[in-house]
Design a protein around this ligand. Structure first.
Ligand code: ADP
Ligand code: MG
Length: 251
């Protein structure tokens, strides 16, 4: 198997405060990797560093064979190869669902309107939103908007999808439709790096779970080890806090 992402000794931070302290991991082609960890542990910073939305302090990042940290690299080309889905949907409110997806295809990939629309409709179908192509984002539920964001990311045919807590801004009853969409995309073989605290999703979908705390990887392994037989005390404490939160939100 080949690796779509290699991260070695990554360090990053803000104004002298080190947030990512020597993180190394990799993602194989087709692999799903879930990142978990307490709030403020550096998960979002880590994801943003991978396409230099935040400039890392040091380390190596290789995406699809290209050294992202190379000074001569065209970072826009790297970003074009990846898909990003954030906690909030970031759709343009004044454009229809269809145009939200066709715009980057036309502007960034220089596709014709016809080709862009064909691709947009095919990805909307994957996320179950093809009937909403002519609606505006604010006419949709949060879950539907997030599914459109996922479709927009998929439309660019990324070598890897980065998702940062894609369900955490949603009400519990809307989360499941987004998780089902992500399960479907996972089954289609897309490489994915997902920050999430959805334990059922992590158990079903992840090949590998990485636990981050205070900017370092404290534990990693397959879901059955990390979720059912964690070795690190901090991992145990973290999982307990997640389960407590889940119980509270379900009651
Ligand atoms: P997580 O996603 O795991 O909750 P973040 O990566 O968002 O963690 O944040 C890690 C640390 O970096 C936190 O202490 C946070 O306050 C700090 N931080 C995040 N973004 C910024 C920023 N733009 N400027 C300064 N500090 C930041
Ligand atoms: Mg975050």
């Amino acid at each position: 198997m080949s690796k779509v992402l290699i991260v070695k000794n990554l360090r990053a931070g803000y104004r002298g405060q080190e947030v990512i302290k020597d993180i190394s991991f990799s993602v194989e082609k087709g692999e799903k990797v879930v990142i978990m960890g307490p709030s403020g542990s550096g998960k979002s910073t880590l994801l943003k560093c991978l396409v230099r939305l935040i400039e890392p302090w040091g380390g190596t990042i290789i995406i699809d064979g290209t050294n992202v940290m190379n000074h001569n690299v065209d970072i826009r080309k790297i970003r074009m190869k990846t898909g990003f889905v954030f906690q909030s949907y970031n759709l343009f409110p004044h454009m229809t669902v269809l145009r939200n997806i066709t715009l980057p295809l036309r502007v960034v990939k220089k596709y014709s309107n016809k080709k862009a629309e064909e691709i947009a409709m095919s990805v909307l179908k994957i996320v179950g939103m093809e009937e909403y192509a002519n609606r505006y984002p604010l006419q949709l539920s949060g879950g539907q908007q997030q599914r459109v964001s996922i479709a927009r990311a998929l439309a660019m045919e990324p070598v890897i999808l980065f998702l940062d807590e894609p369900t955490s801004a949603l009400d519990p009853e809307l989360r499941e439709e987004v998780l089902q969409t992500l399960r479907k995309i996972a089954r289609r073989g897309k490489s994915m790096l997902v920050v999430t605290h959805e334990l059922d999703f992590a158990e079903d979908v992840a090949d590998h779970i990485i636990l981050v705390d205070q900017g370092i990887i404290i534990e990693e392994g397959p879901p059955n080890e990390i979720l059912y037989n964690p070795k690190n005390e901090r991992t145990k404490r973290f999982l307990k806090s997640i389960m407590r939160r889940m119980k509270n939100s379900n009651s």
